[in-house]
Ligand binder design. Structure first.
Ligand SMILES: NC(=O)c1ccc[n+]([C@@H]2O[C@H](COP(=O)([O-])OP(=O)(O)OC[C@H]3O[C@@H](n4cnc5c(N)ncnc54)[C@H](OP(=O)(O)O)[C@@H]3O)[C@@H](O)[C@H]2O)c1
Length: 247
């Protein structure tokens, strides 16, 4: 059932973390993968682990570049995954430039990606559209105002597409993980390794491979099955603000 031969997949944010793990999982199942992100060296490193992979140096904030990148790709699967957060300061202490980077990447980047790929999928009469949301798009937490707002927006895009694309034979899927150990916290804490490590102290977070496995599950169901929403929690995490940690 996990046979993705003859399927072409595009993943944004494929140079690290969840995007890289998902690219590896899709490639291992036989898909041809196109890996997109800003860092060429990291993309090449991931591509070396994905037979037949192509790389695209791409900033999803650049609408025209995303449009050009997707123009000639007859995609079967898209993973709109590129995303980030900055800081855990309360709203009133936030930095406007960082807000713009997060909103432009997590919301407008997803919009650019979807607009670039949907017309082709509609025309070809099939396609799997996977948005990488978060439990932060379902429950807010203190210190997460802007990041949570962007992930609530991603959930709104997923829900709107379900209505607008009904009857087009596209499958809309949102994969919404809680804590996953990736570079996410290093980026969030602006390179401070100690702060990033503390996020996962005394608990076992999800791995990027756990999330990749969920994406693989969703896109390998029979054509009449649209998995829809997958919410993944570490066993030790009950909500966005309650985590059990060992001493
Ligand atoms: N880690 C978690 O706990 C967690 C939980 C729930 C949801 N998520 C979501 O999962 C997604 C992936 O995050 P991750 O945990 O895998 O973090 P990560 O390891 O930091 O990976 C983020 C990826 O996004 C790419 N990216 C960032 N800005 C970009 C831009 N403007 N254009 C193109 N690519 C860009 C990065 O590549 P370049 O720097 O090379 O561009 C990188 O490949 C995000 O949407 C995040 O919000 C993460």
């Amino acid at each position: 059932m996990n046979d993705l031969r003859d399927r072409l997949a595009l993943g944004t944010g494929a140079s690290a973390g969840i995007g890289a793990a998902t690219a590896r999982a899709l490639a291992a199942a036989g898909a041809e993968v196109v890996l997109a992100a800003r860092r060429a060296t990291e993309l090449e490193r991931v591509a070396a682990e994905c037979p037949g992979a192509r790389t695209l140096v791409l900033d999803v904030r650049d609408a025209a570049a995303v449009e050009r990148a997707a123009a000639d790709l007859p995609l079967d699967i898209v993973l709109a995954n590129a995303g980030l957060a900055y800081g855990v300061e309360p709203l009133q202490a936030g930095d406007a430039q960082e807000w713009s980077a997060v909103i432009d990447t997590n919301v407008k980047g997803v919009l650019h990606t979807l607009r670039a790929v949907l017309p082709g999928m509609i025309e070809r009469g099939h396609g799997d559209v996977v948005t990488l949301g978060s439990v932060a798009g379902r429950q807010v937490y203190a210190g997460g105002a802007v990041y949570c707002a962007t992930k609530f927006a991603v959930k709104a895009l997923y829900e709107t597409m379900r209505l607008e694309l009904c009857g087009k034979n596209l499958r809309l899927i949102t994969v919404d993980p809680a804590m996953v150990e990736t570079d996410f916290s290093r980026v969030r804490f602006r390179g401070d390794e100690a702060c990033a490590d503390a996020v996962y102290k005394g608990m076992t977070p999800l791995t990027p491979e756990d999330v990749a496995d969920a994406v693989l599950y969703a896109v390998t169901r029979p054509p009449h099955v649209n998995v829809g929403e997958l919410v993944l929690w570490p066993t030790a995490q009950a909500s966005t603000s309650l985590v059990h940690r060992s001493e």
